[in-house]
Design a binder for this molecule. Structure first.
Ligand code: FE2
Length: 377
């Protein structure tokens, strides 16, 4: 692949350049050790509603699976019944993590042809599954590590999620206001970031949005580099991180040591009211990273006037950043499984379409404190 083929440009792609015509992130599929527990976690801690189930009772002899939704965000959690399942070997290597980032398209065959003809590696050819609810169409390609992009067309399907899944009707959730997936970040190995940026540009027609180098994202000890690619309509944003040299171990290296391959580092969930969302999540037991109080001493001077109350922001440990388009509020959880791998970000945007560059230093110092506690710095 050509080096430096991608130019930084935040304008939407033309129809011609946006050959995939992705409508949105359809779902994020986690392979986990215990799907029932994971369902309970997203339901009770994050306020997702369990909407569908697949398992032995529905004719699925291989794995148990739950679909949960909050606004437009849709998470699937699945766990194998037997050690011979591919889900079991995936879980043995990686622990809990994201296996599939599914993208809704109009034509899964076209999406598969366009991507594989440009060098994407096929995971499965266009396929149709059907039941009483209609036809569910998918195709899939590989991306970083063992992660897949599944293309989904559900326009002829009106079931609760996909064939073998049946509706869950007895579980109500107390919503925390999570509205959609904002972005999903991938961690790749040292020196591989540009290769994956090129993959998204050339194979999937994404555009390079912004990039940060190790001067932006470094602390005394560790560093990372990051570039952001987005699809034509801007609804799908994938930052890609690689470790950069530092005195000590980068947080990206720690991830790679425990996930063992590249993979999804965090899913950012957008809310229209981060104060309410984070207050609920905290009450439900979600653990967030905390930056030192000194961060808040200079915050009003750095950010200026905002709609939210600075005192409430500090109490909840929320971070704020501003760019020329507006500002954003964000907060990051601790890893959500035992291995220090995947975590969640909650974000609210007021005009700003960036990713909180001004918070990186304070945030990474707080991450490193936690790495040190784990003996991994
Ligand atoms: Fe993020």
């Amino acid at each position: 692949m050509a080096k430096q083929a991608v130019k930084t440009d935040s304008r939407p792609l033309t129809e011609e350049g946006d050959f995939l015509q992705i409508k949105a992130v359809d779902h994020v599929h986690f392979y986990v050790g215990n799907a029932k527990h994971a369902m309970y976690y997203w339901w009770k801690a994050y306020g997702f509603t369990p909407v569908a189930y697949s398992g032995l009772e529905t004719g699925n002899r291989e794995f148990a699976s739950y679909v949960l939704e909050s606004g437009q965000a849709r998470f699937i959690v699945s766990a194998p019944y037997s050690p011979s399942s591919p889900l079991a070997s995936h879980h043995m290597v990686h622990g809990d993590g994201v296996k599939v980032i599914a993208l809704e398209v109009e034509d899964v065959e076209k999406a598969w042809k366009e991507t594989t003809s440009r060098g994407g590696k096929s995971a499965w050819t266009p396929r149709e599954e059907s039941d009483d609810h209609g036809i569910y169409r998918t195709s899939a390609i590989h991306t970083y590590g063992e992660t897949l992009h599944v293309f989904v067309d559900r326009s002829d399907y009106n079931g609760p999620f996909a064939p073998t899944y049946r509706a869950i009707t007895d579980k109500q959730a107390e919503s925390a206001g999570i509205a959609a997936v904002d972005h999903i970040v991938g961690n790749v190995q040292l020196g591989k970031m540009n290769q994956w940026v090129d993959f998204y540009h050339q194979v999937m027609g994404f555009r390079l949005l912004r990039h940060f180098d190790d001067k932006d994202i470094s602390t005394e000890y560790s560093a990372l580099m990051s570039k952001v690619v987005q699809n034509g309509n801007g609804r799908v944003k994938f930052p890609i991180n690689e470790p950069a040299d530092g005195k000590r171990k980068s947080q990206i290296e720690e991830y790679l040591d425990y996930y063992l391959t590249p993979g999804a580092q965090h899913v950012a969930l957008i809310t229209g009211n981060i104060l309410e969302t984070v207050e609920k999540l905290r009450r439900n037991g979600v653990e967030f990273l905390r930056v030192p109080d000194t961060y808040y001493e200079i915050l009003p001077d750095r950010i200026g006037k905002i709609d939210e109350d600075y005192k409430a922001i500090q109490e909840l440990g929320i971070l704020v950043d501003r760019d020329d388009e507006g500002y954003l509020l964000q907060i990051f959880t601790r890893p959500i499984q035992d291995r220090p791998t995947m975590f969640i970000e909650v974000i609210q945007r007021h005009g700003s379409q960036s990713f909180g560059k001004g918070n990186f230093k304070a945030l990474f110092e707080s991450i490193e404190l936690e790495q040190q506690r784990r003996g991994n710095l």
